[in-house]
Write a protein that binds this ligand. Structure first.
Ligand code: ADP
Ligand code: ZN
Length: 723
């Protein structure tokens, strides 16, 4: 037999199929080792057949077959074609997405344990063999036992003697390294409310492929996902459930564990290699049927998918930051089409792009406007920090937030203090009047670059002088960015000496259990106040939290991104949604230097529709997505000159493209990237704004043409950040 093989080298020169002779029982999807140009490389079996197009004497044999079960399911090859043509990446690079990287590089293998069982059930023991008879009695009671543990209890010689006599036997068994064993229990199925039942029925009945579950925070979206998954499992199907940050959502995890037990497997970059390997194979072998995880779990090795769910679909973590730079929703759509199953997107604050699809009828829109049991949404109070400055208050806390913290603590409840660190130390703001410097061409906030002491626009590259005084009011209290978590904790300790405070940010957490442990301690009420950055905003459900303080609510408003309004609205809604989730009323204090901003107004009233209708008009008028495509071609190299020369070539080629399609281009320019150097690589870019995605393939083709090992060139479409 002959195999058609894709070698695991992601390079355009070997991006084709090679033929080898192979054993008769080799199957499509297997990973193999093959001789290739004088060395041995890994390969993927695309097809096995009886014919071969090269002369038999020239065909080399497959050297080794890796797994008993082929690692790649047939669907992988279909997606491989689509991904490699969409993003112009070699087939091997597309296939790699389907395998945990540690597994590909052969760094991890199965783990086994030695199990002891009784073989002869009526042995006789001499008087001297006391330990042997004890070990036997123990084993009889237990049924079976781990070999090492048995030896520790009764001594290795006794155990070995029993084995030699044929009284017991040992067996090698596959060990399952399970992640997050500490996930707390709970999570019995709940009787669905009418709204939940209607939502489920709508998903079931609608003939749309994609469903948007737009439900306010606390409206019970999770129960809908879990029920839909359970139904698919009953039908003998499988499911993928994506969440932005699984290590940040222990409650979600415990609910899934409680509900589905071993049928659920977790795929997450924070797992150890062994855990990931075992969880992955449990899915591949069919032992587990539900894959839960972050972005990359969209590639879970499950056949016969019955549902794909993307919770918090608006989250920017769903955009890949390494090649190919896919959007998770796009991949999920491909898989949903292949399996003819439904894709459910859920959010309290859908992305503008998604909501547009839904309101225009391409997605099935399901709205849950109320919290479970008609619990009120928390009341949001705006604190105007400009007047605090005028009154001489230079702490990070407004008077109203201090008062509310006081009463929360007195009532024995918990509070979350959220620090908006996005755009930290980059945005320039006048503390007297709230003025923020903006680009005259692009209407986005400028970013301060300390090394050149100037302000820059990330969308057109324009440069401005740094401000000495505010051009609006002449004030000199110009400030860059916000306060740090440490400072906030210190302030809190002075204000509330007896309060127990937990801090959660990138400095305080390490390892995959770090977040988990802090959140667990907070959930167990071992602390009164949790102070944190973006990490505390995610979907936690702490019943005792009745107050959320948002410091610097406007910091993300002025982030130099066309989505800054959208991001701010999302952030405020998400953070506010942590308050008052159980019986008690929730409060939120939102501190800002620009209280009149329309985004904050909509957020305070939980008016997503109002926000959307306004935002979509702005996008249309300013030609930002979804009314255009932001496309960036990055050129990076350790050699500054190489990068710059390549940039010129790339730009020239793109200019040629523009001359052919002038009507498709709204903007094109070449420039330094905002961050000029990362990991000793110089960074340049061509930035484009295009009418639509019609030229994408041609742009990818140009990037591929200039891409070299010492000077990678790659394309990003609507990148999540432009740094
Ligand atoms: P969302 O994901 O929409 O923010 P959750 O799924 O976290 O909301 O649900 C909010 C709260 O309501 C949770 O504490 C959950 O346990 C509870 N809940 C959800 N559905 C029901 C139900 N049918 N009956 C009672 N409580 C429910
Ligand atoms: Zn001013």
């Amino acid at each position: 037999m002959y195999a058609q093989i894709i070698v695991d080298i992601a390079h355009s020169q070997v991006d084709r199929i090679f033929e080898y002779s192979c054993p008769d029982d080799l199957v499509k999807g297997s990973r193999v080792k093959v001789p290739f140009g004088g060395r041995t490389v890994d390969g993927f079996v695309m097809e096995v057949g009886e014919t071969c197009s090269i002369p038999p004497e020239k065909v080399k044999p497959v050297k080794e077959v890796f797994d008993e079960l082929p690692a790649l399911i047939p669907e992988c090859f279909s997606l491989m074609e689509r991904i490699s043509s969409r993003f112009r990446v070699p087939k091997a690079a597309a296939l790699r997405l389907f395998l945990p990287s540690e597994m590909r590089l052969g760094k991890v293998r199965e783990a086994y344990e030695k199990i002891v069982k009784i073989k002869d059930s009526s042995p006789s023991f001499g008087k001297t063999a006391k330990r042997q008879s004890e070990a036997y009695a123990f084993l009889k009671a237990e049924g079976e036992c781990n070999y090492t543990q048995l030896c520790e209890k009764f001594g290795r010689s006794a155990v070995n003697a029993l084995e030699n006599k044929g009284v017991i036997e040992t067996e090698k068994r596959r060990l399952h390294r399970a992640p997050f064993k500490g996930a707390i229990g709970g999570g019995q199925p709940k009787t669905p409310t009418y709204a939940q039942a209607d939502a489920l029925e709508s998903i079931e009945k609608s003939n749309r492929r994609v469903h948007l579950l737009h439900g306010v925070t606390g409206s019970g979206k999770t129960e809908i996902y879990l029920r839909y998954i359970a139904r698919q499992i009953e039908l003998g199907k499988t499911a993928i459930f994506l969440v932005p940050e699984i290590s940040l959502t222990p409650q979600m995890l415990s609910q899934l564990r409680a509900r589905f037990g071993g049928e659920a497997a977790i795929l997450h970059s924070g797992l150890s290699a062994g855990e990931k390997f075992d969880e992955w194979w449990r899915l591949r072998s069919g032992e587990a049927k539900i894959a839960i995880g972050a972005r990359s779990a969209v590639f879970a090795p499950l056949s016969n998918l019955g549902a794909i769910i993307i919770d918090e679909e608006h989250d920017s973590s769903y955009v890949s930051e390494s090649a190919p730079r896919y959007s998770t929703v796009d991949i999920a759509k491909m898989r949903a089409e292949y399996n003819d199953c439904k894709l459910i997107l859920g959010s309290a604050t859908p992305s503008v792009e998604t909501y547009k699809e839904a309101t225009e009828g391409r997605y099935n829109l399901i709205t849950l406007p109320e919290r479970i049991n008609k619990r009120p949404m928390p009341e949001i109070t705006i604190a105007d920090m400009r007047s605090e400055v005028k009154r001489g208050n230079n702490t990070a806390f407004s008077a109203v937030l201090r008062e509310q913290l006081q009463s929360t603590l007195e009532g024995g409840n918990q509070a979350i203090i959220f620090l908006n660190r996005r755009g930290y130390s980059q945005t320039v703001i006048c503390r007297d009047c709230g003025y923020v410097a903006k680009c005259v061409n692009c209407d986005v906030s400028l970013t301060y670059h300390s090394e050149e002491n100037c302000l820059k626009c990330h969308y057109c590259g324009a440069r401005y002088h740094m401000l000495a005084a505010c051009p609006e009011c002449g004030g000199v209290h110009i400030r860059y960015g916000g306060t740090g978590t440490q400072r906030v904790v210190a302030d809190l300790k002075t204000l509330f000496p007896s309060a127990r405070i937990l801090r959660m940010d990138n400095d305080t957490v390490s390892g995959k259990d770090g977040h988990f442990n802090i959140l667990k301690r907070f959930a167990e009420k071992q602390a009164d106040i949790l102070v944190g950055t973006q990490m505390v905003a995610k979907g936690h459900d702490f019943p005792s939290v009745t107050l959320v303080g948002i410091l610097d609510a406007d910091m993300s408003l002025h982030f130099s991104d066309y989505r800054s309004g959208e991001r701010t609205f999302q952030l405020i809604t998400q953070v506010a949604g942590r308050s008052g989730r159980a019986g008690m009323k929730g409060n939120v204090v939102l501190q800002t230097y620009c209280p009149e901003n329309y985004i904050l107004r909509y957020a305070v009233n939980y008016d997503y529709k109002g926000f959307y209708e306004n935002e979509i008009k702005v996008r249309e008028a300013t030609f930002f997505p979804p009314y255009s495509l932001i496309c960036r071609v990055m050129v990076t190299s350790e050699n500054d000159k190489t990068a710059l020369e390549t940039l010129k070539d790339v730009y020239f080629a793109l200019e040629e493209l523009r001359k052919l399609h002038p009507d498709k281009f709204l903007f094109i320019n070449k420039m330094h990237s905002p961050v000029k150097k990362i990991q000793s690589k110089y960074r340049y870019q061509v930035l484009m704004r295009l009418k639509d995605g019609g030229l994408s393939e041609k742009i990818y083709d140009i990037a591929v043409k200039f891409n070299r090992n010492d000077c990678p060139v790659y394309v990003e479409e609507n990148p999540a950040n432009l740094s």
